[in-house]
Ligand binder design. Structure first.
Ligand SMILES: [Zn+2]
Length: 305
């Protein structure tokens, strides 16, 4: 569905054959978040209470209701944290409704937030710790071919590259992301276009609205191909493989004379992959595609069948 191939030949799968992994799945505690609360990066647990009355316009010392046990309390983030993370002897009742799974998620959130606060500024190879070094407007105005502006442009180029490199190293991104055409075009577009006060998509936007938007976009693009299935018929192609995280994946493609479409990949972790399991998967895919359209099912002769 996307145009690039995984260039290292393995299955890191930005293209069609990836499955949901934990980073895109919904957190268990999601249903307890307030949505509109005064959520901030440093005090993430505010999201799990409903602020009823905040003093002097801030949530600093507020009246709040726990979204888990629905009880009302008052006080600062220190008390919110003690209540939700079930920290005893902090002068507040610990929450009776926060189970150990919820506790793990919320502790992680809190820990990451604390780490963020403590993180130190590591200087870039370009000699600055500043993420946005001040731009010398005078240098910039002297046209594009003066020696000063050339020097400035090289400096900015260098700094941008150093920041991108830092992104890769700090997030552990695979180096072949550098070959991803969308990665390249994102930065060239950003460098060539002056969008004032632009902020890149947030963690939440990426995993919710933008993901949905891209999915429906792709679905819309695939629809003309699906429309031909009724007339020309479609073959289901399925194969099992193991991805880099050693998950047993079973993928399904629908192929017709107008082209192949990736349908889905099932993570078979923890399943007993016998013929009944496989047969049921194939049956459900046939149902999704429309039984009247399916001409044949193609698979390898895995020992399981
Ligand atoms: Zn509670």
């Amino acid at each position: 569905m996307f145009s690039q191939q995984s260039s290292n030949g393995s299955s890191s799968g930005i293209g069609g054959s990836s499955t949901n992994n934990s980073s895109t799945s919904t957190p268990l505690t999601e249903k307890f978040t307030s949505g509109t609360g005064s959520v901030d990066d440093h005090n993430p647990l505010w999201a799990y209470v409903t602020v009823l009355q905040s003093r002097i316009g801030t949530a600093g010392n507020a009246k709040w209701r726990c979204n888990f046990c629905r009880e009302d309390f008052g006080g600062s983030y220190y008390r919110v944290r003690a209540h939700l993370l079930r920290q005893k002897n902090k002068g507040i009742v610990i929450c009776a409704q926060v189970t150990s799974e919820y506790l793990v998620e919320m502790s992680d959130l809190e820990q990451n937030a604390t780490k963020k606060v403590d993180s130190i500024q590591v200087p870039f190879p370009t000699g600055t710790t500043n993420l946005n070094p001040p731009i010398d407007k005078n240098k910039r105005r002297r046209g594009t071919d003066g020696p000063l502006s050339m020097a400035f442009s090289n400096e900015a180029r260098d700094h941008l590259s150093a920041q991108i490199a830092r992104l890769f190293y700090s997030a552990g991104l695979p180096f072949n992301v550098a070959r991803n055409p969308y990665f390249i075009s994102a930065f060239t577009y950003a460098a060539d276009t002056n969008i004032s006060a632009y902020i890149p998509p947030s963690y939440n936007a990426l995993r919710t609205t933008m993901l949905q938007r891209e999915k429906s976009n792709i679905m819309k693009l695939l629809q003309p191909i699906k429309d031909t299935w009724v007339e020309k018929g479609v073959s289901i192609v399925t194969d099992g493989w193991t991805d880099v995280q050693r998950r047993p994946l079973i993928n399904f493609m629908a192929t017709s004379s107008t082209g192949p479409i990736f349908l889905k990949a099932i993570d078979g972790t923890g399943e007993f992959k016998d013929r009944h399991f496989i047969a049921n998967l194939i049956l459900s895919v046939i149902d999704e595609v429309g039984a009247q359209n399916v001409v044949q099912v193609i698979t390898d002769n895995a020992p399981v069948l």
